[in-house]
Design a protein around this ligand. Structure first.
Ligand SMILES: C=C(O[C@@H]1C=C(C(=O)O)C=C[C@H]1O)C(=O)O
Ligand SMILES: [Mg+2]
Length: 462
């Protein structure tokens, strides 16, 4: 029995009043915390329902365990439907959060598949077309401070037992500093797919762009399959991504025996009160072996016509959509170069001012997919992708992130990512095809983009 927790009485009374089924949430500050450890330590009780999310600046880090309510939607209006379900849950919730920190208290974590009209690939069978976990327990690290949120939903007769059980688990997970180590598996085979056929589809997209005056850009992706001699240790993969990609969003989301994870440089949208941040990221080149070569490559990228056009299509669409949703939008005139470990990109950050009560999901719905992952114009490009790609992207290139009970939050574009299912890992990479694309160069670009995940699963050069 855990006696004396200040909120236990309040919880029991609340459940009694509500007659069950409403959310009770409380937040505590703890001395220190390691979200990766928290995630790993939660494996024993919560495997299959965990998540992890670190933003690009490592300003805010989340690790979530379990799900007291999983919000899902496969409807045509999946964004509105998810929002309505979240509103419904929150309208009856009792939230005890003495801290005014975004990302503490009830948070829904999850995402939306890239294209719900694409027929589902078997490897994605554990992933609904959109789903969000409301974690039972979550660690939020913000500016070096650590917060624990506990969420509970239960029947009246179970309330005391549940409170005590979670409190005990929480203590164990927080104190249990020695995480159970996973067995490393050996990579047996890397199936890169038919790269000739892939280059042909790039050429087909170029032909289509030449034929159709309206079509400007189509993003085509490919899938590489890694087969191991045993279960892929996804906790280790996550840890390697987290340690190896300090300048990226790092995320993981489990669904039963599958885990989708990655290290993406690309923000789809972040909303905090009136401020909305989004990103135009497109146009790529390699990193140099020396600082000089790196700068030369960056300069060449900034001055390369093909990459500038590829980038500009993204800016055009994002500017247009943001202007419709915000009363003020700031877009720099020229892109700058963003460098991550394996690649450099053209980058134009966009800032908008919207109404404080606007939901982040409205921005997700409107912006996804940007021409960085779909193409221009969007619908037409999606039709070409469905026809030429011949695979299910699942959550690759899709919005993955979190929203809080005030509809603030942040979503990354889930690129540089892969899906782990038992002894297999499916890795994805794509690139923006425009009129001047060369299939061989685009293939090389996808190889560069596969590197972070290959390294993290133990199949790449250091
Ligand atoms: C499609 C991917 O990346 C996108 C495509 C880019 C490009 O073609 O230059 C650059 C950044 C991303 O917006 C990927 O990483 O799989
Ligand atoms: Mg490109």
């Amino acid at each position: 029995m855990i006696k004396g927790h200040p909120l236990k009485g309040a919880f029991v009374d609340f459940i009694k009043e509500q007659k069950g089924s409403a959310l009770f949430s409380y937040v505590e500050k703890v001395e220190e915390g390691d979200p990766i450890r928290f995630y790993e330590n939660g494996k024993e009780w919560y495997k299959g329902e965990r998540f992890y999310f670190k933003d690009r600046d490592a300003e805010r880090i989340f690790a979530g365990l379990g799900s007291v309510s999983t919000i899902q939607s496969a409807k045509d209006n999946r964004f509105e439907d998810i929002e309505a379900q979240w509103d419904q849950l929150m309208s009856q919730a009792s939230v005890h959060n003495p801290y005014d920190i975004y990302g503490t208290g009830p948070v829904a974590f999850g995402g939306f598949s890239f294209d719900p009209l694409q027929s589902q690939g078997e490897e994605w069978s554990r992933f609904a077309s959109s789903f969000f976990y409301v974690p039972e327990m979550m660690m939020t690290v913000y500016n070096g401070d650590t917060y624990i949120t506990v969420n509970m939903i239960c029947e009246e007769q179970d309330s005391e037992l549940l409170f005590d059980r979670i409190e005990k688990r929480k203590q164990t997970i927080l104190s249990h500093m020695q995480h159970p180590s996973e067995k490393e598996s050996v990579l047996m085979e890397l199936r890169t797919g038919d790269t000739c056929a892939w280059k042909q589809s790039v050429q087909s997209a170029v032909d289509e762009i030449e034929r159709d005056d309206e079509l400007k850009k189509v993003v085509l992706a490919r899938k590489v399959t890694a087969v191991f001699d045993g279960t892929v240790p996804s906790d280790r993969v996550l840890r390697r991504l987290d340690e190896g990609q300090p300048d990226s969003f790092v995320f993981a989301i489990e669904a039963m025996d599958s885990c989708f994870l990655g290290a993406s440089p690309e923000r789809l949208v972040k909303k905090r009160a009136q401020t909305v941040l989004t990103t135009c990221l497109a146009g790529s080149t390699a990193r140099g072996a020396t600082a000089e070569e790196d700068t030369e490559l960056a300069d060449a990228l900034l001055n390369d016509g093909k990459n500038r056009i590829e980038h500009d299509y993204v800016v055009q669409m994002i500017r247009h959509e943001m202007q419709k949703m915000c009363h003020r939008v700031t877009v720099p005139k020229e892109p700058v170069v963003m460098k991550v470990r394996d690649i450099q990109h053209l980058y134009t950050p966009v800032i908008g001012e919207a109404a404080e009560e606007d939901s982040i999901l409205r921005f997700v719905q409107t912006l996804h997919p940007t021409p960085a992952l779909g193409g221009l114009p969007g619908e037409k490009a999606l039709r070409v992708i469905r026809e030429l790609e011949g695979m299910d992207r699942g959550f690759y290139a899709a919005p993955v992130g979190w929203m809080d009970y005030r509809k603030n939050g942040e979503f990354a574009v889930a690129i540089r990512s892969g899906l782990v299912v038992q002894n297999e890992a499916f890795l994805y990479a794509g690139c923006g095809v425009v009129r001047d694309s060369n299939p061989e160069t685009e293939l090389e670009e996808t190889n560069m983009k596969l590197r972070p995940m290959l390294r993290a699963i133990g199949g790449g050069n250091e």
